[in-house]
Design a protein around this ligand. Structure first.
Ligand code: 5AD
Length: 351
């Protein structure tokens, strides 16, 4: 078990050989605990409407420059069939916090997905933001298998400043407990290098991944969006405390997450691939990651799901993304995961 002091030292490590050593260890743990399969989760960004005002996110309600869209149920079903054709085991439905996606309208989509012979074998992950207990329970009973909700940072003061809370609503951390109680597999994660995020905060985030018994943890660099207040001049911490939003720091966090949570699913994220389009996915998979979430959102909507600018593969078709990812896996001697790629967290370790 890594102590806070160990984690902090490894986050602050600047010697390339020592960093490489950590990544190699994480790669060994990944191989021993979850194997060489890389699970592909087809991502559909079903709506970019959002009622929230997060200071970092391009979908925030105040961003009037962004054209808004919402996919129809038929469009979502057509994308889901494509996931099956590509051999993906999981479908992820993601959106901003869009109240027009009501409990019942999402439940209806779930029931269609879970009864259509072309899609019913897919595991379904929802990532629709902070929703009521009633909605989350309804969606679970309508067939949703997993829920993805990043807690963004374990520093509550920083989170409240950058992610204005809604009065009387449970915190994201509390929602993760509720989701587990409802029987979801639970995914979460944080951004790396938010202005104001210290090394100590990030070390606590990593401890929190293990303490919260998460099934999946996704981490990616914070990427400034010009149409957000955070990009327009929020002062970072002094250099010796501020976490940098770099590719190298992201690899360190992926590797530490694998060591802290040996049997969970860890994606190489789109934000990482945005920082390094040529190598981000590959290098993420080499330091602890075992999941990729290829984007299946139709071309006509893709550019508008602009959480941050320049999102990786936003000009590729799903076919092109799929072919490129297969090439990466092959060159690494890894295989496309078969089946749904359910969490192994609670099953016994082979090693
Ligand atoms: N840079 C990187 N990641 C971001 N997210 C939101 N805004 C940004 C940004 N500017 C991440 C958050 C959110 C996920 C869907 O995208 O972690 O939970």
């Amino acid at each position: 078990m890594l102590s806070r002091t160990d984690i902090l030292a490894l986050l602050r490590e600047t010697d390339p050989a020592a960093r490489e050593d950590l990544r190699r260890k994480a790669d060994e743990v990944r191989r021993r605990e979850v194997g060489d399969e890389v699970h592909l989760r087809g991502l559909i960004e079903i709506s970019n409407h959002c009622t929230r005002s997060c200071f970092y996110c391009g979908l925030r309600r105040e961003n009037r420059r962004l054209p808004r869209y919402r996919m129809t149920a038929d469009e979502i079903l057509a994308c889901a069939r494509q996931a099956t054709e590509f051999g993906y085991g999981t479908l992820v439905l993601q959106s901003g916090e869009d109240p027009t996606l009501t409990g019942e309208s999402v439940a209806k989509i779930l029931r269609r997905l879970k009864s259509d012979p072309a899609t019913r074998q897919l595991a379904v992950t929802l990532s629709l933001g902070e929703r009521s207990k009633e909605d989350l329970a309804l969606w679970r009973s309508a067939g949703a298998d997993r829920y993805l909700l990043r807690f963004e940072t374990s520093n509550a003061e920083l989170l409240d400043r950058l992610h204005p809370p809604l009065p009387g609503r449970p915190s994201r951390i509390d929602l993760l407990d509720l989701l587990r109680d409802l029987g979801y597999e639970v995914g979460s994660g944080v951004m790396i290098g938010l202005p104001g995020q210290s090394y100590d905060d990030l070390a606590r985030d990593i401890e929190c991944f293990a303490a919260r018994h998460l099934d999946m943890v996704g981490v990616g660099p914070y990427l400034p969006h010009p149409d957000t207040p955070l990009a327009r001049g929020t002062a970072p911490l002094p250099e010796d405390r501020q976490v940098p939003n770099t590719e190298e720091m992201t690899y360190q966090v992926i590797a530490l997450t694998r060591l802290a949570c040996p049997r969970i699913n860890i994606p190489a994220t789109t934000a990482l691939a945005t920082l390094n389009p040529a190598e981000g996915y590959r290098r993420g998979l080499q330091c602890g990651a075992n999941v990729i979430m290829p984007n299946l959102t139709p071309a006509k909507y893709r550019a508008y799901y602009e959480i941050y600018p320049g999102k990786a593969s936003s000009r590729e078709t799903p076919e092109q993304t799929h072919a490129r990812l297969r090439g990466i896996l092959e060159s690494l001697g890894r295989t496309v995961g078969r089946g749904r790629g359910d969490s192994l967290r609670k099953s016994a370790s082979p090693g």
